[in-house]
Design a protein around this ligand. Structure first.
Ligand SMILES: *Cc1c(COP(=O)(O)O)cnc(C)c1O
Length: 392
């Protein structure tokens, strides 16, 4: 311990404290509640991909430091995936960088591109690591709030335009969007692209839920819009798509100059990670379209089960067009404070959820919203729905 009165944690990180997930998961353990708080699947991904990881381990592939940018097999598979699905061309050697999950991709990208004093615009509510990484880079975050309109959280394009200043360095976009389940459509993405070109902004787009879109929603990568190729860093991950969140295999695809900048930061974060898993994910990305369609259909059924149960229990439900989360409004239950509601829910109904307010700078905007994850076994969701009847 230092004897000085100066706090140990530096000022950039002091505001962040412990994540709500730690508190809520501890609450789940203590009360035996069903944990629909944190977004990780309770079953593993495809058996053949697990076996591919075992094979890589046994064959001695990836047990020592893999190449800094990622193993060539995976970089080639990532480039092929972007080409096959979206028609986007990336050179596996210069346009792709493998990272320790999307989390490191976000950190490395912001540390590489943001200068102290730069403003970073992000869509609020946002994934919790965005704010911390902007702070670590010395930037200032500028939230643009998605607000409920006709059953979904919408981006106000005028508000986005008005948020851009001479100090704006980049737009941090996330679609499909966690926690709201919003999938940005062609008109919104076109407007974002036009704004980025007009104001000469970089765009970082977190697309880890690219394969989780439902009904008639379609995932459109921002990098495919006019003028965006040279200014967009696209972030992907195997965790959510293949239900192996513990493997921590993510990636960046971008123009070579941007990849090179991100690599400059990444090499001093983890340097490399997940050696054998990189080979397995290379195989996963090459799975036939039927795998991705099956995964989507499976998650759609889970969404419908949980959404119907929540509506039945009296919540107002925002039916998500993507991701594995349902955001609800608790006001029809006569409640208005999501924090208090979530702290009481394990005792009241034996279920854990997360208050969306933690994803907001403007906490009051998020106060009545609560997020539930549906990436769980059907039997678990059925039990949760049964229990949630207690809140009526
Ligand atoms: C889960 C998640 C991540 C982190 O992905 P990892 O590959 O597990 O690091 C990043 N962004 C969003 C929006 C997420 O939901």
């Amino acid at each position: 311990m230092t004897s000085s009165t100066r706090p140990l944690l530096n000022r950039r990180l002091a505001e962040f404290g412990t994540t709500i997930f730690a508190e809520m998961s501890a609450l789940a353990t203590r009360t035996g509640a069903i944990n629909l708080g944190q977004g990780f699947p309770d079953t593993d991904g495809p058996e053949e991909i697990r076996e591919a990881a075992v094979r890589a381990l046994r064959d001695g592939r990836g047990n020592q430091y893999p190449p800094g940018p990622g193993v060539p097999e995976l970089r080639t598979a990532i480039a092929a995936h972007q080409q096959r699905r979206y028609g986007l061309d990336h050179d596996p050697d210069t346009g792709v960088l493998v990272t320790a999950g999307a989390t490191e991709a976000i950190a490395a990208t912001l540390l590489a591109l943001v200068e102290p004093g730069d403003e970073v615009i992000a869509l609020e509510p946002y994934y919790d690591s965005y704010a911390a990484c902007v702070a670590m880079a010395g930037g200032t975050r500028v939230p643009v709030t998605l607000r409920p309109h006709e059953g979904a959280f919408r981006l106000d394009l005028d508000e986005l335009r008005a948020a851009v200043t001479d100090r704006t360095r980049l737009l941090l976009i996330n679609t499909p969007h966690n926690p709201t389940g919003t999938v940005l459509g062609r008109a919104e993405l076109t407007a974002i692209a036009e704004l980025a070109v007009e104001r000469d902004l970089l765009v970082v787009t977190d697309e880890v839920y690219e394969h989780l879109v439902f009904d008639d929603a379609e995932h459109l990568p921002l990098a495919g819009f006019p003028g965006m190729r040279e200014r967009t860093v696209t972030i992907g991950s195997a965790g959510k798509t293949f239900s192996f969140t513990g493997w921590k295999v993510g990636w960046v695809t971008a123009a070579p100059a941007l990849v090179s900048a991100v690599r400059s930061a990444k090499q001093f974060l983890t340097y490399v990670a997940s050696g054998p898993f990189q080979y397995a994910v290379a195989e996963a990305l090459a799975l036939p379209d039927s795998f991705f369609a099956g995964f989507r259909a499976d998650m759609l059924a889970k969404r419908d089960l949980l959404a119907a149960g929540l509506a039945d229990a009296g919540f107002a439900v925002f039916r998500p067009a993507g991701t594995y989360f349902v955001t609800t409004d608790i006001r029809p239950l006569g409640e208005s404070d999501g924090f208090a509601f979530c702290r009481a829910l394990p005792e009241r109904a034996g279920v854990v959820a997360v208050p969306n307010a933690v994803f907001y700078d403007h906490r009051e905007e998020g106060a009545p919203f609560v997020r539930f994850a549906f990436c769980k076994r059907t039997s678990v969701l059925q039990e949760a729905v049964e229990r949630l009847k207690a809140v009526r």
